[in-house]
Design a binder for this molecule. Structure first.
Ligand code: DON
Length: 581
C-alpha cells in the first residue's frame, strides 16, 4: 500500500524544461539573474481511493484504522485504533505516555478540536530546571522523570469515543492488542533509531529494557506488557489509567526514578474540547489547532502575511518566495515566543494576532532588498496586552468526516524512561516550557512568562493538525512532526498544493525550508535547493544553513481530488503509508 504513481491519471513521462526567471531587476543588491533549471517531471500521485483513507507513520497503524473504517466505523473510531496502534508499532512517537491534539470536521461541516496535551505536575514550579546560580540544567527537562508531563493520550481517546465514537471501545482496541501480542516487524529506519538510542535507554532506566535489546530490521517485536496494559484499559476504561491499577503502577515507576507525578495528577487530568483557530487564505478556509498549540495562530499569521504577495508567480522555492515566507515566519515566531502559552493560564490576544490590520503592520518594514535581522525585530506591540518526537495522521471516512491528529512524546522516545511493566515510554514534554527567558529549548525556541512552568499548566506546542476547506467543502487534512518546523512544513504543504498545483504526494515530497526568528537563519533540507537561489539569499543578508538541517517535517495528508476521490500523501522521509478503500 505504499505510495504509487497513478498511471491512470497521467502517463509518466519525464522531460526537462529550462525556465529562465529574470527577477530582481528593481533591486538594489543586483543578485545574479535567477536562471533556474527546473526539471519538471509528471506529477506523482500517492495512493488514490474512492471512499476512505488513513495516512500514518506505520503501515500497521494505517491498516488497523482502515479496517475499522471498512467495518463501518467512523473517522473518530479509526482515530482511537490508529492512535493506539502507533503506540505499539511506532514507539518513537506513538504513545500512551504522551499527548496530542485532534482537529475535526464532521460530515455536516461542524468543526472542533480536542486538546489532550500533557500538563505540568502539581509539584512543578517555575524554576524547577535551574541550578542555584539560576542557570538552566538542560538535561533535566529532556531525559528522565522530571522531564515527564502528566500524560493525556488515554484521556484523549476516551473523550473522542464519548463524544464522537460509534463502535464499542472493546472492538476498537482488540486489533491493537493483537498487534502488540503477535508483534510487528522492525523496518530499516526503525532499526537505526533503536541503535541510536539503546545506550541512553540503559542509562536512564538503569537496566536493559525491551527497546535496548538490539532489534534488527526484519525482527518481530512482541510487546506483551503493552498488550496487558491495553487489555486492562479495554476492560476497565479510562479510570484504569487515571487512578486504577495501571495509574498506580505508573506513579510507582516514576517515583522509583525520583519523579514528582502523583496519583492526584492523574486523577485531575482532563482532555479539553477547544475552539479551533479558523481563518481564510484567499478562497480557502483553514481550521487548525488553537493554544496551547502555537500551530494554528502561527500558521494563520504566516499565511495572512504572505497573502498579498504573488507566491505562485514567484515560483516554487524561488528566491522571492523564500524571502517573503521567511520574513513572515520570522515575525510569527517572534510573536509566538512572547504571547503564546496555555490559554487556561494566560490571556492570549488571538483575534488581534491573526487580524489583517495587525499583520499588515508587521510586514511594513519588509523589503526584498535586504533581510530583516532577527536582532532588530521583536514581538509586535498589542495595545492593552499585559503581560521530537511526534507523529501525525490524517483520516477521512466514507461518511465525509475528516480528522487531523498530531500526537507526541516530544523528543525521540520522549524522556527515554520506559516502563517494562506497562510496556511504554514516558514523554519529555516539560522541555516545551520555557525553563528560563532567553534560554532555548531543544528546538531552539525561546519563551517568556506566558510559557513559564506552573503547576497543572500545559506547555506550549507547535503541533499543527490542520483541515482545509475549499468552496465550503472539505479539501485537505494535513500535519507533521518536527518540533518548531511543524508549522512551516504544514504551511509549505498547503502552498505546494494550492499555489503550485502539486499533487498531495508531490507536495509532501517537495524540499522544505524553515525560519523561526531565532536563531536567525534559514534552515534548508541539504543539497536539494537551487544553488543560485541560495547564493542570492546570502547576498540579501540571509544566513543559509544546510549543514545542521535535519529532516524538516514528515508530513502526512489527504486531499480530495476534483472527482471526489481521495489522494494520500505519505512522506517519503519516513515509513509513512497510506491505506484506504
Ligand atoms: O509539541 C511540540 O511542539 C513538540 N513537543 C513536538 C515535538 C516534535 O515534533 C518532535 N518531532 N520531531
Amino acid at each position: 500500500m505504499q505510495t504509487k504513481t497513478s498511471h491512470s491519471l497521467k502517463p509518466f513521462i519525464s522531460f526537462t524544461v529550462f525556465i529562465a526567471l529574470l527577477v530582481f531587476t528593481a533591486c538594489k543588491n543586483e543578485p545574479k539573474e535567477e536562471i533556474v533549471e527546473q526539471k519538471v517531471t509528471a506529477p506523482v500521485y500517492g495512493l488514490i481511493v474512492d471512499k476512505a483513507m488513513v495516512v500514518s507513520a506505520r503501515a500497521e497503524a494505517s491498516k488497523i484504522g482502515k479496517d475499522i473504517l471498512a467495518k463501518g466505523g467512523n473517522a473518530f473510531d479509526a482515530m482511537i485504533a490508529t492512535e493506539m496502534a502507533l503506540a505499539v508499532a511506532y514507539p518513537y512517537a506513538g504513545n500512551l505516555g504522551g499527548g496530542g491534539f485532534m482537529v475535526y470536521r464532521t460530515q455536516y461541516g461542524e468543526i472542533g478540536s480536542l486538546d489532550y496535551r500533557e500538563k505540568a505536575p502539581i509539584a512543578a514550579f517555575k524554576d524547577m530546571y535551574l541550578d542555584e546560580e539560576g542557570n538552566v540544567i538542560s538535561a533535566l527537562s529532556k531525559v528522565g522523570s522530571l522531564a515527564v508531563g502528566v500524560p493525556g493520550t488515554i484521556a484523549g481517546i476516551f473523550a473522542v469515543h464519548e463524544k464522537m465514537g460509534s463502535m464499542p471501545m472493546e472492538e476498537l482496541l482488540q486489533p491493537v492488542i493483537e498487534l502488540a501480542q503477535k508483534g510487528y516487524v522492525v523496518t530499516q529506519k526503525q532499526q537505526g533509531r533503536f541503535d541510536a538510542y539503546a545506550a541512553v535507554f540503559d542509562t536512564v532506566n538503569g537496566q536493559k529494557t525491551l527497546y535496548s535489546q538490539g532489534f534488527k530490521a526484519g525482527d518481530t517485536v512482541k510487546n506483551i506488557a503493552l498488550a496487558a496494559t491495553l487489555r486492562a484499559i479495554q476492560q476497565n476504561g479510562r479510570s484504569e489509567f487515571y487512578g486504577g491499577k495501571t495509574g498506580i503502577q505508573l506513579v510507582d515507576f516514576l517515583k522509583k526514578h525520583d519523579g514528582i507525578i502523583t496519583i492526584e495528577d492523574l486523577e485531575a487530568y482532563e482532555a479539553q474540547w477547544r475552539e479551533p483557530v479558523v481563518f481564510d487564505y484567499k478562497d480557502l478556509r483553514i481550521i487548525s489547532m488553537a493554544p496551547p498549540s502555537s500551530g494554528g495562530v502561527c500558521l494563520a499569521q504566516i499565511l495572512k502575511m504572505i497573502e498579498p504577495y504573488d507566491i505562485k508567480g514567484y515560483g516554487h522555492n524561488s528566491t522571492k518566495a523564500i524571502q517573503v515566507i521567511t520574513e513572515a515566519e520570522r515575525r510569527a515566531y517572534a510573536d509566538r515566543s512572547f504571547y503564546l502559552g496555555d490559554p487556561d493560564f494566560v490571556k492570549i490576544p488571538i483575534d488581534t494576532l491573526i487580524s489583517e490590520a495587525y499583520l499588515n503592520g508587521r510586514m511594513d518594514n519588509f523589503s526584498f532588498d535586504l533581510a530583516t535581522k532577527s536582532s532588530d525585530l521583536s514581538h509586535g506591540e498589542i495595545p492593552g496586552y499585559e503581560s521530537s518526537e511526534t507523529t501525525h495522521y490524517s483520516i477521512v471516512d466514507s461518511f465525509g468526516n475528516a480528522i487531523a491528529v498530531t500526537t507526541t512524546l516530544n523528543g525521540a522516545f520522549g524522556s527515554k524512561l520506559y516502563s517494562e511493566e506497562l510496556g511504554f515510554f514516558l514523554n519529555n514534554e516539560m522541555d516545551d516550557f520555557s525553563a528560563k527567558p532567553g534560554v532555548p529549548n531543544m528546538f531552539g525556541l525561546l519563551g517568556a512568562e506566558a510559557n513559564a512552568v506552573e503547576p497543572q499548566k500545559r506547555m506550549l506546542s507547535s503541533m499543527t493538525p490542520t483541515l482545509v476547506e475549499k468552496d465550503g467543502e472539505f479539501w485537505m487534512s494535513v500535519g507533521t512532526p518536527g518540533g518548531s518546523t511543524i508549522i512551516t512544513s504544514v504551511l509549505q504543504t498547503i502552498l505546494n498544493v494550492y499555489e503550485h498545483e502539486m499533487t498531495m504526494q508531490d507536495a509532501v515530497n517537495a524540499p522544505r525550508f524553515h525560519h523561526q526568528w531565532l536563531p536567525d537563519m534559514i534552515m534548508f533540507e541539504p543539497n536539494v535547493f537551487d544553488s543560485t537561489v541560495l547564493e542570492n539569499l546570502k547576498n540579501f543578508g540571509y544566513n543559509v544553513n544546510q549543514e545542521n538541517s535535519p529532516v524538516i517535517g514528515k508530513v502526512d495528508g489527504i486531499l480530495v481530488l476534483p472527482d471526489g476521490r481521495l489522494e494520500g500523501g505519505a512522506d517519503r522521509r519516513g515509513d509513512d503509508t497510506a491505506d484506504g478503500y
